[in-house]
Ligand binder design. Structure first.
Ligand SMILES: [Zn+2]
Length: 155
């Protein structure tokens, strides 16, 4: 895929220790465009949109917030969420001006277990970005799609 020069800056901001201690790329050496395109193909194949996944993350985040850092069971007990608050805010590395508060939201659903942050819904909705392979906070599209189907009862 053709490389967008503006994304060279974005990539620099995604390195470890710039906007976030752990960065957004892990050990992924692909361009941002290639990372986004590969993940997008997974969504297209599954017939699920970025917005549907982002809406689900927002929903889980709100529900976790309401439980004030205690575990909360959702969707007939199929999913458990728990938020851990962290001080401060983090800027979107794409330079769009979005700043999200920092928090870690743990999700457990059967064999699925992962952590997301309030920035994830924005990154996925607006930029189609699930983070690089090996990134501490990468969300695997296939796992999110499984969670989406579980929560929406469309398995
Ligand atoms: Zn953004």
């Amino acid at each position: 895929m053709k490389r967008n020069p503006a994304n060279a800056n974005v990539r620099a901001l995604m390195e470890r220790g710039r906007l976030g201690r752990d960065g957004f790329l892990g050990d992924d050496t692909r361009t941002i465009e290639d990372i986004v395109a590969a993940d997008d193909a997974t969504l297209v194949a599954a017939g699920v949109t970025r917005a549907e996944l982002a809406d689900l993350l927002d929903e889980l985040h709100v529900a976790a917030d309401e439980a004030l850092e205690t575990p909360r069971d959702l969707y007939d007990g199929k999913v458990q969420v728990q938020v851990t608050e962290v001080m401060g805010r983090i800027s979107c590395p794409f330079g769009c001006g979005k700043r999200a508060h920092k928090a870690a939201i743990q999700v457990k659903a059967g064999s699925l277990a992962f952590v997301f942050t309030p920035l994830h819904a924005h990154l996925i909705r607006e930029h189609g970005f699930f983070q690089g392979k090996g990134s501490w906070f990468r969300l695997e599209p296939a796992e999110l799609i499984s969670l989406y189907r579980l929560c929406r009862g469309t398995e």
